[in-house]
Design a protein. Structure first.
Length: 385
């Protein structure tokens, strides 16, 4: 089944040699529902002339209505992503060669709809048709805070144990890496019969293997960037492997745990180019600010013997917006991919709070020129104070 990216146009073309009128019936639904009996939308058009008979229907906007990406569910005990993150679409096109005559079916096709976009260079009606569609950004190396995700201690074997906060005492402070922020990426699996998959975390010290559970024939899965059963303090790889009929690596990313003893890291989660959740840890100093505005009026005294503390002007309808200025710390050159897709994202959260990125441009840095690479990002809350 094709996976299409509905932030870009996707068109159904009806082009029968003698058609005089065409029709498109579009059925939309989310899992676990089934295809509706009647079309969600029906479109029709007559040909403009006998020399221009081709009809083109863009279905992307209608597909977007059935997709809702609000916030990631970082920890819920499930590998399954929210069904609202994607949708099914079935398009049935028909034509007739005589006005008022009977309809003849031209094509029928069912799609997986994802809230991503394609680029101009990828051509018209870009789609992916494969058993496993990775929805991660093409970044090879990523930094995360060391011991991020849970409040725990680590025993001599490196296994997590329940505890209170982790302390980092360079400045006698407590760094609380909240238990609500275990970052992950997404993968769409169109499970073939007998296929099995595993998430593998590995370095030269420890390997952790987690069997992947899929439900039905199409499933959107979470791949956590770190395991829940072991704490890595050295760089490791997280990968998705197909394990039946040999082992095939489908996705791999180098994760570098960073000990940040002074600042509290912030997690920026956003919907990336392919319509999945992606993450960027902002490791260094963050600065919070607030701006407010209202409407100012001059006011007249209410009485001859007025109260001097009322003044001669007053501000009405004051609202405020919070902003946060952040820094990534030193990052790999491939982080430029995350910065690019962050700028293009319509859904961004900072520590699970909805925000917008201030500014519309960033210089994508290169090691050969900039050597040590970091990025400063300004975010503004989507909610008024």
């Amino acid at each position: 089944m094709k996976a299409i990216f509905v932030r870009s146009p996707y068109s159904i073309v009806v082009d029968y040699a003698t058609q005089v009128e065409t029709k498109l019936e579009l059925y939309l639904w989310n899992k676990p529902n089934v295809s509706p009996v009647t079309p969600t939308y029906t479109f029709s058009q007559s040909i403009p002339s006998v020399t221009q008979r081709t009809a083109i229907y863009n279905i992307a906007n209608e597909c977007q209505e059935f997709i809702e990406n609000i916030n990631p569910i970082y920890i819920d005990g499930s590998q399954l992503e929210q069904n609202s993150m994607w949708a099914y679409a079935k398009a049935i096109s028909s034509y007739r060669t005589v006005a008022g005559g009977s309809w003849t079916q031209y094509s029928t096709e069912t799609f997986i709809c994802l809230y991503g976009y394609s680029e101009y260079q990828q051509g018209v009606n870009y789609s992916l048709t494969q058993e496993v569609t990775m929805l991660n950004s093409l970044v090879s190396t990523q930094n995360i805070p060391q011991a991020v995700g849970l409040r725990f201690t680590v025993d001599t074997t490196g296994t997590r144990a329940d505890s209170t906060l982790i302390t980092a005492d360079r400045f006698s402070t407590v760094i609380d890496y909240s238990s609500t922020f275990d970052a992950y990426v997404n993968v769409m699996i169109q499970q073939a019969s007998g296929s099995t998959y595993s998430i593998v975390y590995q370095n030269n010290i420890k390997t952790v293997t987690v069997s992947l559970t899929t439900v039905g024939t199409e499933t959107l899965i979470k791949i956590p960037l770190e395991p829940t059963s072991y704490i890595y303090t050295d760089p490791y790889t997280v990968s998705l492997k197909k394990t039946n009929g040999g082992t095939t690596t489908l996705f791999s990313r180098l994760i570098t745990p960073i000990c940040e003893p002074k600042y509290t890291p912030l997690l920026c989660s956003f919907i990336n180019k392919l319509g999945g959740w992606e993450n960027l840890w902002l490791m260094k100093l963050s600065e919070n600010s607030i701006t407010s505005k209202g409407t100012d009026y001059n006011i007249a005294p209410s009485t001859f013997n007025y109260n001097i503390y009322k003044g001669q002007s007053k501000s009405f309808n004051r609202n405020g917006k919070k902003s946060t200025k952040t820094n990534t710390g030193w990052v790999d050159e491939s982080t430029g991919v995350l910065i690019t897709e962050l700028l293009m994202s319509e859904t961004i959260l900072l520590n699970n709070e909805p925000v917008m990125l201030k500014g519309e441009s960033q210089i994508i840095k290169q090691w050969v020129k900039d050597k040590n690479i970091n990025y400063t990002l300004d975010f503004e809350s989507k909610s008024n104070v």
